[in-house]
Design a protein around this ligand. Structure first.
Ligand SMILES: *[C@@H]1O[C@H](CO)[C@@H](O)[C@H](O)[C@H]1NC(C)=O
Ligand SMILES: *[C@@H]1O[C@H](CO)[C@@H](O)[C@H](O)[C@H]1NC(C)=O
Length: 321
């Protein structure tokens, strides 16, 4: 692999740090193996799934995820009474009309911007960030069974933790439930990166062969506030924007699609006016779901309502090109 380039001579003249960097970037640049696929047309309208539904706790919703096999929906939010940086989360299971089904508390996990749900038989296993750092974002990933009514601590010895990139200070994830892939967004010293793994291999703790691995593109969005991501096939969708309280009642929610084989933006940032009549309206989370009839949908989440009684809202786009 290393010839005709002489590694020995290189090490003589360069410091080890540079050598390690060169190795890392070498490994990272080889993966762009996602088969070509259709992508959502971001300029088409969004439709309602539900509006103004209560979660278990009263804070704004964060990310949400579908177990596409068992057809379940889970929504994350910060636990009532916990600080912004505690990493304490509540995960509420809703039915597809937005009615409460169950919930689970996670102590010291992270912010909840994005997570995944994976079927294992009739159970759902959640993939979340875990071990909140001083900013309240998870350092690693965890995979555990959703258990109604329970509280799981980040320090629990039974919790399976995973660290796809040992140098990363933050990890979050999302699942492409149609193609069974784990999408990991992680932070290195030069900023955010995104990698894609086969979900079965990732479940076995094998992160050696990412199907794609690229630097997060810098996108000129109206708002710099990152609010979620979801991938379907070759493309990832990035959500940005703030609440009406923060934007001065201006719609600034945008979705950008990125080709994960190249790391280049393909469409957007495209303004989305989904739920523009909601009160407060903070964009919160993206997820992919395939209906029983076979329609693949890109879901967009928004928080609405008053402080102390925030509500969950989901919309979707369904036009592929
Ligand atoms: C989940 O637990 C709550 C009580 O904590 C209960 O009200 C609800 O019915 C349970 N859901 C299911 C699906 O069993
Ligand atoms: C990403 O990691 C670098 C290096 O560890 C750190 O300086 C930076 O603050 C991190 N960024 C975020 C958003 O955590």
């Amino acid at each position: 692999m290393l010839s005709p380039f002489s590694w020995k001579n290189f090490l003589k003249t360069a410091n080890i740090g540079v050598a390690i960097l060169a190795l890392c970037s070498n490994f990272q640049s080889v993966s762009a193996d996602l088969p070509s696929s259709e992508r959502f047309d971001l300029t088409t309208p969004s439709y309602d799934l539900f509006r103004n539904k209560a979660l278990q706790d009263s804070t704004v919703q964060q990310g949400f995820a579908f177990d596409n096999t068992n057809r379940r929906l889970f929504v994350a939010q910060r636990r009532d009474g916990s600080s912004e940086t505690s990493g304490d989360l509540c995960i509420t299971q809703l039915d597809f009309d937005g009615n409460y089904v169950g919930h689970m508390y996670l102590t010291g996990f992270g912010h909840g911007v994005s997570f995944g749900a994976q079927a294992e038989g009739s159970s759902t296993y959640l993939w979340t960030e875990v071990e909140a750092n001083s900013n309240g974002y998870g350092k690693k990933l965890a995979r555990f069974k959703f258990t109604n009514g329970s509280t799981l601590s980040a320090s629990s010895s039974s919790l399976k933790k995973l660290q796809p990139f040992s140098a990363a200070t933050e990890h979050t994830c999302s699942i492409d439930p149609v193609n069974n892939r784990l999408i990991v967004r992680y932070n290195l010293s030069d900023g955010k990166h995104i990698a894609v793994f086969d979900l079965v291999k990732a479940t076995n703790g094998d992160f050696t062969n990412p199907l794609a691995n690229f630097k997060h593109p810098s996108v000129n969005t109206k708002s710099a506030t990152f609010q979620g991501y979801a991938a379907y096939g070759q493309y990832i969708y990035l959500l940005t924007g703030t609440s009406y309280d923060a934007s001065g009642s201006v719609v600034n929610s945008e979705v950008t699609s990125v080709n994960m084989n190249t790391g280049a933006v393909v469409q957007g940032p495209t303004l989305t006016k989904a739920g523009s009549t909601l009160s407060f309206r903070e964009p919160e989370g993206l997820a992919i779901y395939k209906t029983v009839a076979g329609e693949v949908r890109l879901f967009l989440g928004f928080a609405s309502g008053k402080a102390g009684d925030r509500r969950s809202n989901l919309f979707y786009k369904n036009v592929l090109i």
